[in-house]
Design a protein around this ligand. Structure first.
Ligand code: CUA
Length: 348
């Protein structure tokens, strides 16, 4: 190869490499990381991206150089020279990708192992009931529920996290497969019925971030969202203490229990109901239950009960059968009573 050709080829490579690097660097593709784990994923992401930019620059430079330099004139119908391969080149283009892929897999394994690590016993750190904080994440069509076993099973429809504390999420599902994703925390984790999957998060930045379901799980999939709120440890303890203190249990059906059940069973994910502060749009508006009962030709209480345990018996006009989960028929009778009482109370 002549020296001028090498200079041209290298020039093209630098041009394409710089172009690809500009696209990678100057467009904000990823959100600003909000956890230690997301920082590590970022390192891995940029490592892979750098390799990709190098390969792209090489391939694009060779293609463009060959197209410009070796183009056959329009009247040239002759065959090209017979080429039988090049052993040296073949070894290089097998060995180099093999090394790159091995490097990526080693770095991935190291980072994923670090991201799964829980700080069980850090030397010199005083005992702390929050280390690690465990949150049970219960998913169902189409809502998230977060439960804090270390705080008397306090529940919340949003994920509250103290800053700087390592949290272990234990995910499961009540119906189909969902997937937990907070873009600012990077890692996704599936929530599978019958399994408990785990995800470790150490929030490092205050803020409210979206919790998104990223597994197609039914009609309401796109609306299956919640929020993760990162707060100070003091604020978190205040919130968790207030939650775990006030849980009522047993007795006659009460609207207060019903309201808690409405949220903990995810009804608010799909339905609008003003007394619960719910504004879901997947299912019918429950503020209009009396009118719906009239439409179905049933007394209000009976209609509400039937709609919970056998949702397809009557489907409001404009809605489809088979969307509302039938799993609520297995709730304890007392809880169904509480829910009916709460829903019957309506705007009152
Ligand atoms: Cu749950 Cu998509």
């Amino acid at each position: 190869m002549r020296r001028g050709s090498v200079v041209q080829l290298v020039g093209l490579g630098i041009l394409f490499g710089a172009g690809a690097a500009a696209v990678a660097l100057f467009i904000p593709w990823l959100p600003d990381p909000a956890s230690k784990q997301a920082d590590r994923i970022d390192v891995l992401f940029w490592f892979v991206t750098a390799i990709c930019i190098g390969i792209f620059a090489l391939v694009a430079a060779v293609i463009v150089y060959a197209v410009l330099k070796f183009r056959a004139p329009p009247d040239d119908d002759s065959d090209g020279p017979p080429v039988h391969g090049h052993t040296g080149l073949e070894i290089v283009w097998t060995a180099v990708p093999a090394m790159l892929v091995t490097a990526i897999s080693i770095l991935s394994a190291v980072i994923l192992t670090q991201n799964e690590r829980l700080p069980h016993a850090e030397a010199g750190v005083p005992r702390d009931p929050l280390r690690p904080l465990v949150v049970d994440v219960i998913s169902q069509q189409f809502a998230w529920l977060f439960k804090y076993p270390g705080y008397n099973n306090a529940t919340s429809s949003t994920l509250k996290l103290p800053i700087g504390k390592t949290v272990q999420l234990r995910l499961t599902s009540r119906d189909v497969i969902h997937s937990f994703w907070v873009p600012q925390f990077s890692q996704k984790q599936d929530a599978v019925p019958g399994l408990i999957t785990k995800l470790v998060i150490t929030p490092k930045r205050f803020g409210v971030f979206p919790v998104i379901c990223t597994e197609l799980c039914g009609l309401g999939h796109a609306l299956m969202r919640s929020q993760a709120e990162v707060m100070t440890l003091a604020d978190f303890r205040k919130w968790a203490g207030a939650q775990s203190g006030g849980a009522a249990a047993g007795g006659a059906p009460t609207g207060a229990n019903g309201k808690a059940l409405f949220v903990s069973n995810g009804c608010n994910g799909c339905h609008t109901f003003r007394p619960a502060g719910a504004n879901g749009k997947v299912g019918p508006d429950l503020d209009k239950l009396p009118q719906e009962a009239q439409g179905a030709g049933k007394p209000l209480e009976e209609f509400i009960r039937e709609s919970i345990v056998n949702p397809d018996a009557y489907v409001a006009p404009g809605y489809q059968k088979g969307v509302m989960p039938t799993t609520f028929s297995s709730l304890p009778a007392a809880q169904i009573d509480d829910l009916v009482t709460f829903l019957k109370g309506g705007g009152g």
